[in-house]
Design a protein around this ligand. Structure first.
Ligand code: SAH
Ligand code: DHB
Ligand code: MG
Length: 221
Protein backbone atom coordinates (compact mmCIF):
# COMPACT_ATOMS: atom_id res chain seq x y z
CA UNK A 1 0.00 0.00 0.00
CA UNK A 2 1.53 3.22 -1.09
CA UNK A 3 1.03 5.94 1.46
CA UNK A 4 3.20 7.27 4.25
CA UNK A 5 1.15 5.90 7.14
CA UNK A 6 0.93 2.35 5.84
CA UNK A 7 4.63 2.30 4.91
CA UNK A 8 5.32 3.25 8.53
CA UNK A 9 3.32 0.27 9.78
CA UNK A 10 -0.34 1.34 9.88
CA UNK A 11 -2.63 -1.49 8.82
CA UNK A 12 -6.03 -1.10 7.26
CA UNK A 13 -7.27 -4.57 8.15
CA UNK A 14 -10.29 -4.35 10.47
CA UNK A 15 -11.79 -7.47 12.07
CA UNK A 16 -14.68 -7.61 9.61
CA UNK A 17 -12.37 -7.27 6.65
CA UNK A 18 -9.97 -9.89 8.00
CA UNK A 19 -12.83 -12.32 8.55
CA UNK A 20 -14.14 -11.64 5.04
CA UNK A 21 -10.85 -12.25 3.24
CA UNK A 22 -10.06 -15.33 5.34
CA UNK A 23 -13.44 -16.77 4.45
CA UNK A 24 -13.17 -15.95 0.75
CA UNK A 25 -9.54 -17.00 0.17
CA UNK A 26 -8.46 -19.25 3.03
CA UNK A 27 -11.45 -21.04 4.48
CA UNK A 28 -11.08 -24.22 6.53
CA UNK A 29 -12.44 -27.62 5.69
CA UNK A 30 -12.69 -30.24 8.44
CA UNK A 31 -9.03 -31.22 8.38
CA UNK A 32 -7.78 -27.67 8.74
CA UNK A 33 -10.42 -26.70 11.29
CA UNK A 34 -9.40 -29.67 13.46
CA UNK A 35 -5.81 -28.47 13.65
CA UNK A 36 -6.65 -24.77 13.90
CA UNK A 37 -9.10 -25.27 16.76
CA UNK A 38 -7.06 -27.91 18.63
CA UNK A 39 -4.85 -25.54 20.66
CA UNK A 40 -7.89 -23.95 22.31
CA UNK A 41 -9.48 -27.28 23.23
CA UNK A 42 -6.22 -29.08 24.12
CA UNK A 43 -4.84 -26.41 26.44
CA UNK A 44 -2.01 -25.55 24.05
CA UNK A 45 -0.93 -22.01 23.07
CA UNK A 46 -2.88 -20.82 20.02
CA UNK A 47 0.24 -19.59 18.22
CA UNK A 48 -0.25 -21.15 14.78
CA UNK A 49 0.00 -19.01 11.67
CA UNK A 50 -3.18 -17.21 10.64
CA UNK A 51 -5.42 -18.59 7.91
CA UNK A 52 -3.99 -16.24 5.27
CA UNK A 53 -0.38 -17.05 6.11
CA UNK A 54 -1.28 -20.74 6.16
CA UNK A 55 -2.78 -20.43 2.71
CA UNK A 56 0.31 -18.52 1.58
CA UNK A 57 2.48 -21.44 2.75
CA UNK A 58 0.28 -23.81 0.77
CA UNK A 59 0.61 -21.67 -2.35
CA UNK A 60 4.37 -21.38 -1.92
CA UNK A 61 4.79 -25.16 -1.76
CA UNK A 62 2.82 -25.39 -5.00
CA UNK A 63 4.59 -22.48 -6.69
CA UNK A 64 7.98 -23.96 -5.83
CA UNK A 65 6.91 -27.41 -7.02
CA UNK A 66 8.28 -28.60 -3.69
CA UNK A 67 8.42 -32.31 -2.96
CA UNK A 68 10.61 -32.24 0.17
CA UNK A 69 9.63 -29.76 2.89
CA UNK A 70 10.98 -29.18 6.41
CA UNK A 71 9.15 -27.37 9.20
CA UNK A 72 10.57 -26.19 12.53
CA UNK A 73 7.68 -25.99 15.04
CA UNK A 74 4.62 -28.22 14.53
CA UNK A 75 2.24 -27.27 17.38
CA UNK A 76 -1.10 -28.93 16.43
CA UNK A 77 -0.22 -29.43 12.78
CA UNK A 78 -2.10 -26.54 11.17
CA UNK A 79 0.70 -25.18 8.98
CA UNK A 80 1.93 -28.75 8.41
CA UNK A 81 -1.47 -29.75 6.99
CA UNK A 82 -1.50 -26.64 4.78
CA UNK A 83 1.92 -27.49 3.32
CA UNK A 84 1.48 -31.27 3.14
CA UNK A 85 -1.71 -30.85 1.13
CA UNK A 86 0.17 -28.94 -1.51
CA UNK A 87 2.71 -31.73 -2.02
CA UNK A 88 2.44 -33.98 -5.05
CA UNK A 89 2.13 -37.75 -4.61
CA UNK A 90 5.43 -39.01 -3.24
CA UNK A 91 6.19 -35.65 -1.60
CA UNK A 92 7.19 -35.52 2.06
CA UNK A 93 7.13 -33.13 5.01
CA UNK A 94 9.38 -33.50 8.06
CA UNK A 95 8.09 -31.33 10.91
CA UNK A 96 9.95 -30.89 14.22
CA UNK A 97 8.25 -30.46 17.59
CA UNK A 98 9.89 -30.14 20.98
CA UNK A 99 6.82 -30.92 23.11
CA UNK A 100 5.74 -34.61 22.97
CA UNK A 101 2.12 -33.71 23.73
CA UNK A 102 1.97 -31.17 20.91
CA UNK A 103 3.47 -33.81 18.62
CA UNK A 104 0.82 -36.33 19.66
CA UNK A 105 -2.02 -33.87 19.02
CA UNK A 106 -0.46 -32.93 15.69
CA UNK A 107 -0.11 -36.55 14.59
CA UNK A 108 -3.81 -37.14 15.32
CA UNK A 109 -4.81 -34.01 13.35
CA UNK A 110 -2.54 -34.91 10.45
CA UNK A 111 -3.98 -38.43 10.35
CA UNK A 112 -7.54 -37.05 10.45
CA UNK A 113 -6.65 -34.84 7.50
CA UNK A 114 -5.57 -37.97 5.60
CA UNK A 115 -1.91 -36.95 5.42
CA UNK A 116 -0.20 -39.37 7.80
CA UNK A 117 1.63 -41.14 4.98
CA UNK A 118 3.43 -38.00 3.81
CA UNK A 119 4.29 -36.32 7.13
CA UNK A 120 6.83 -37.29 9.78
CA UNK A 121 6.44 -35.49 13.11
CA UNK A 122 9.92 -35.59 14.65
CA UNK A 123 9.97 -35.14 18.44
CA UNK A 124 12.75 -33.23 20.14
CA UNK A 125 14.73 -30.01 19.93
CA UNK A 126 14.91 -29.27 16.22
CA UNK A 127 18.58 -28.26 16.15
CA UNK A 128 19.53 -31.65 17.61
CA UNK A 129 17.12 -33.61 15.41
CA UNK A 130 17.78 -31.97 12.03
CA UNK A 131 20.92 -34.02 11.26
CA UNK A 132 18.75 -37.17 11.27
CA UNK A 133 17.01 -36.10 8.03
CA UNK A 134 19.97 -34.62 6.20
CA UNK A 135 20.40 -37.74 4.05
CA UNK A 136 16.95 -37.03 2.53
CA UNK A 137 18.15 -33.64 1.24
CA UNK A 138 18.58 -31.39 -0.51
CA UNK A 139 15.17 -29.96 0.39
CA UNK A 140 12.86 -27.63 -1.55
CA UNK A 141 11.39 -25.52 1.24
CA UNK A 142 12.22 -24.90 4.90
CA UNK A 143 9.67 -23.14 7.14
CA UNK A 144 11.03 -21.84 10.45
CA UNK A 145 8.42 -21.14 13.14
CA UNK A 146 9.83 -22.01 16.60
CA UNK A 147 12.71 -21.30 18.97
CA UNK A 148 13.22 -17.66 17.95
CA UNK A 149 16.67 -17.42 19.56
CA UNK A 150 18.00 -20.00 17.10
CA UNK A 151 16.61 -18.55 13.88
CA UNK A 152 20.13 -17.76 12.74
CA UNK A 153 21.10 -21.41 13.21
CA UNK A 154 18.01 -22.64 11.36
CA UNK A 155 18.76 -20.20 8.55
CA UNK A 156 22.29 -21.63 8.28
CA UNK A 157 20.94 -25.16 8.25
CA UNK A 158 18.50 -24.21 5.50
CA UNK A 159 21.25 -22.57 3.45
CA UNK A 160 23.29 -25.76 3.68
CA UNK A 161 20.47 -28.19 2.94
CA UNK A 162 18.18 -26.42 0.47
CA UNK A 163 18.70 -26.92 -3.23
CA UNK A 164 19.69 -23.81 -5.19
CA UNK A 165 16.34 -22.15 -5.94
CA UNK A 166 14.83 -23.66 -2.78
CA UNK A 167 12.72 -21.51 -0.46
CA UNK A 168 13.43 -20.38 3.09
CA UNK A 169 10.40 -19.01 4.97
CA UNK A 170 10.54 -17.55 8.48
CA UNK A 171 7.51 -16.51 10.56
CA UNK A 172 7.65 -13.90 13.35
CA UNK A 173 10.39 -12.01 11.57
CA UNK A 174 9.42 -8.81 13.48
CA UNK A 175 9.91 -10.85 16.69
CA UNK A 176 6.60 -9.69 18.21
CA UNK A 177 7.69 -6.07 17.82
CA UNK A 178 11.04 -6.63 19.57
CA UNK A 179 13.31 -7.02 16.54
CA UNK A 180 15.44 -3.97 17.35
CA UNK A 181 15.74 -4.63 21.09
CA UNK A 182 19.04 -5.40 22.78
CA UNK A 183 18.65 -9.08 23.57
CA UNK A 184 20.28 -12.30 22.43
CA UNK A 185 17.05 -13.41 20.76
CA UNK A 186 16.65 -10.15 18.85
CA UNK A 187 20.31 -10.25 17.80
CA UNK A 188 19.81 -13.81 16.51
CA UNK A 189 16.72 -12.73 14.56
CA UNK A 190 18.61 -9.78 13.03
CA UNK A 191 21.44 -12.14 12.03
CA UNK A 192 18.81 -14.43 10.47
CA UNK A 193 17.62 -11.50 8.35
CA UNK A 194 21.13 -10.41 7.36
CA UNK A 195 22.49 -13.85 6.56
CA UNK A 196 19.33 -14.76 4.65
CA UNK A 197 19.70 -11.65 2.53
CA UNK A 198 23.28 -12.71 1.68
CA UNK A 199 22.59 -16.24 0.52
CA UNK A 200 19.00 -15.82 -0.69
CA UNK A 201 17.09 -13.41 -2.87
CA UNK A 202 14.78 -12.36 -0.07
CA UNK A 203 12.03 -10.13 1.26
CA UNK A 204 10.29 -9.63 4.58
CA UNK A 205 6.57 -9.61 3.80
CA UNK A 206 4.69 -7.31 6.18
CA UNK A 207 2.31 -9.91 7.60
CA UNK A 208 1.16 -9.08 11.16
CA UNK A 209 4.49 -10.33 12.59
CA UNK A 210 6.60 -10.34 9.42
CA UNK A 211 7.40 -13.31 7.19
CA UNK A 212 10.78 -13.67 5.49
CA UNK A 213 10.75 -15.41 2.12
CA UNK A 214 14.01 -16.17 0.34
CA UNK A 215 15.01 -18.07 -2.79
CA UNK A 216 18.43 -19.69 -2.36
CA UNK A 217 20.97 -18.25 -4.76
CA UNK A 218 22.76 -20.64 -7.07
CA UNK A 219 25.99 -19.66 -5.32
CA UNK A 220 24.21 -19.38 -1.94
CA UNK A 221 26.37 -21.93 -0.20
N1 SAH B 1 3.97 -23.88 12.72
C1 SAH B 1 2.84 -24.08 13.64
C2 SAH B 1 3.03 -23.26 14.90
C3 SAH B 1 4.29 -23.56 15.66
S1 SAH B 1 4.30 -22.81 17.27
C4 SAH B 1 1.58 -23.64 12.92
O1 SAH B 1 1.59 -22.54 12.35
O2 SAH B 1 0.58 -24.38 12.93
C5 SAH B 1 5.88 -23.30 17.80
C6 SAH B 1 6.00 -24.76 18.25
O3 SAH B 1 7.39 -25.05 18.30
C7 SAH B 1 5.42 -25.08 19.62
O4 SAH B 1 4.59 -26.20 19.55
C8 SAH B 1 6.66 -25.40 20.47
O5 SAH B 1 6.44 -26.43 21.42
C9 SAH B 1 7.67 -25.85 19.44
N2 SAH B 1 9.09 -25.64 19.78
C10 SAH B 1 9.63 -24.73 20.61
N3 SAH B 1 10.97 -24.85 20.64
C11 SAH B 1 11.29 -25.86 19.78
C12 SAH B 1 12.50 -26.47 19.38
N4 SAH B 1 13.69 -26.06 19.84
N5 SAH B 1 12.46 -27.48 18.48
C13 SAH B 1 11.27 -27.90 17.99
N6 SAH B 1 10.08 -27.36 18.34
C14 SAH B 1 10.09 -26.36 19.23
C1 DHB C 1 4.91 -17.66 19.44
C2 DHB C 1 5.47 -18.40 18.43
C3 DHB C 1 5.06 -18.21 17.13
O1 DHB C 1 5.60 -18.91 16.11
C4 DHB C 1 4.07 -17.29 16.82
O2 DHB C 1 3.72 -17.13 15.52
C5 DHB C 1 3.49 -16.54 17.82
C6 DHB C 1 3.91 -16.73 19.16
C7 DHB C 1 5.37 -17.84 20.83
O3 DHB C 1 6.30 -18.66 21.04
O4 DHB C 1 4.83 -17.20 21.74
MG1 MG D 1 4.93 -18.19 14.22
Amino acid sequence: MADTDSRAGLRYADQGGLDFVSRVHASHDEGLAGAFDAPASEDMPAIMVGPSEGKLLELMVRLAGATKVVEIGTLAGYSAIRMARALPDGGHLWTFEYDPRHAEVARANIARAGLADRVDVMVGAALEQLPSIESHGPFDLVFVDADKGNYDNYGRWARAHLRPGGLLVGDNAYLFGKLMEESDTAAAMRRFHEETAEAFDSVCVPTPDGMVIGIKKVNGY
